[in-house]
Design a protein around this ligand. Structure first.
Ligand code: NAD
Length: 349
């Protein structure tokens, strides 16, 4: 039996990526929708063969507890709403898959973990990158020292954000600007590749004065993370420049490798550069492209089936939130911010 999903929030990501991805899933199927727009929900339900009785809104959502077809609630709402709906889903006795960023504060992340623990339900944060084959291969190269020890990682994730009235630019809904939305990919992927937790961060923030988009949230964040094994990570994220999403890992034995683009849904491209016989050889090894959302949802479904903790559990989102808080603190104080050692995170790595 496929695991049944209720999708909460029928915005761009749900309609353009998540719902179509079920077509590539082996263990997951959409069975319910939760939306503030009844007409939209009915149209989408008809498209995916979801019965009208399985449509909920934000008010009657808690009734989902009486629906045995729903195993997992997938939360795809603005960031500050993730905590409320995760906690309500756990109380309704459902497992939770929650979009990134997990929430907008450490406290909310902790409340979400606690609620799922109390309910005895799994909580996974939707870090699709960690389930994608190209990134997994790069992770193996970093960890196995395929090209020597990786000493530096450069990561960049930027886009020119449009409409100044969108929720992403309202702090109460987003929690922040480019950092929690797209800079998070640089942060989370670096931790995944290295398999360690940063010991300190140093950051600066810049927002163009009088740009109506950046009244409440930041435009650009440049941040460095320092890892215990000596790897240094330099990241930039911005809402103010043309789209570019890439990273490179620089190893000490004549090679660098990475992905450009690295973070979109499709079309990831690997790059390897190696010195051989005093010549720099460039190559673009490629792997079969898979739907990242299908991989991620099927991982969650297998965890639910086998009663196993997901590879990117709530603790993973909580750790990223702690590091983002430290990045903001560093930018505001102009000083390096040290991070506490987190015990137990390595079990997922
Ligand atoms: P979106 O604006 O397209 O959709 C948000 C949905 O939430 C809409 O259906 C909207 O009606 C609903 N909503 C309910 N209350 C709202 C309120 N008070 N204000 C605004 N909208 C409200 O956003 P999206 O791009 O689909 O993003 C949703 C979530 O998914 C975010 O947490 C985002 O970070 C995450 N996301 C993840 C990825 C990824 O690759 N994993 C990509 C895009 C977005």
């Amino acid at each position: 039996k496929r695991i049944g999903y209720a999708i909460v929030g029928l915005g761009h990501l749900s309609l353009a990526q998540i719902l179509p991805a079920f077509g590539s899933c082996k263990y997951s199927k959409p069975v319910a929708l939760v939306s503030g727009d009844a007409a939209k929900a009915q149209t989408v339900a008809a498209q995916y063969g979801i019965p009208v009785k399985n449509i909920y809104n934000y008010q009657n959502f808690d009734e989902i507890k009486n629906n045995p077809e729903v195993d997992v609630v997938y939360i795809v709402l603005p960031n500050s709403m993730h905590a409320e709906f995760t906690i309500r889903a756990a109380k309704a006795g459902k497992h939770v898959l929650c979009e990134k960023p997990m929430a907008t504060s450490v406290k909310d992340c902790e409340r979400m973990i606690e609620a799922c623990k109390t309910a005895g339900k799994q909580l996974m944060i939707a870090y699709r990158i960690q389930y994608e084959p190209h990134h997994k291969l790069v992770k193996d190269w970093v960890r196995n020292k395929e090209y020597g020890k990786v000493r530096l990682i450069e990561a960049f994730n930027a886009q020119n954000i449009g409409d100044p009235t969108q929720w992403r630019l309202k702090k109460s809904l987003s929690g922040g600007g480019s950092l929690p939305d797209i800079g998070l990919y640089c942060l989370n992927t670096a931790r995944y590749l290295i398999g360690e937790e940063p010991v300190s961060v140093l950051a600066t923030i810049y927002s163009t004065p009088n740009d109506p988009r950046f009244k409440e949230v930041e435009e650009t964040v440049m941040f460095q993370m320092h890892f215990p094994n000596g790897t240094q990570v330099n990241s930039t994220t911005s809402y103010g420049v043309h789209e570019s999403r890439r990273y490179r890992c620089y190893a000490d034995k004549g090679g660098w490798f990475g992905l450009d683009p690295a973070f979109p849904y499709k079309g990831l491209k690997m790059e390897v550069s190696q010195a051989r016989d005093a010549i720099e050889w460039k190559s673009n090894p490629s792997l079969e492209e898979k739907d990242q959302f299908a991989l991620e949802m099927d991982h969650m479904s297998q965890c639910v089936r086998n009663n196993k903790k997901p590879f990117t559990p709530g603790e993973e989102g909580l750790q990223d939130q702690r590091i983002m808080d430290a990045i903001y603190e560093s930018a505001h104080t102009g000083k390096i911010v040290k991070l506490e050692t987190i015990k137990g995170l390595d079990i997922f790595r």
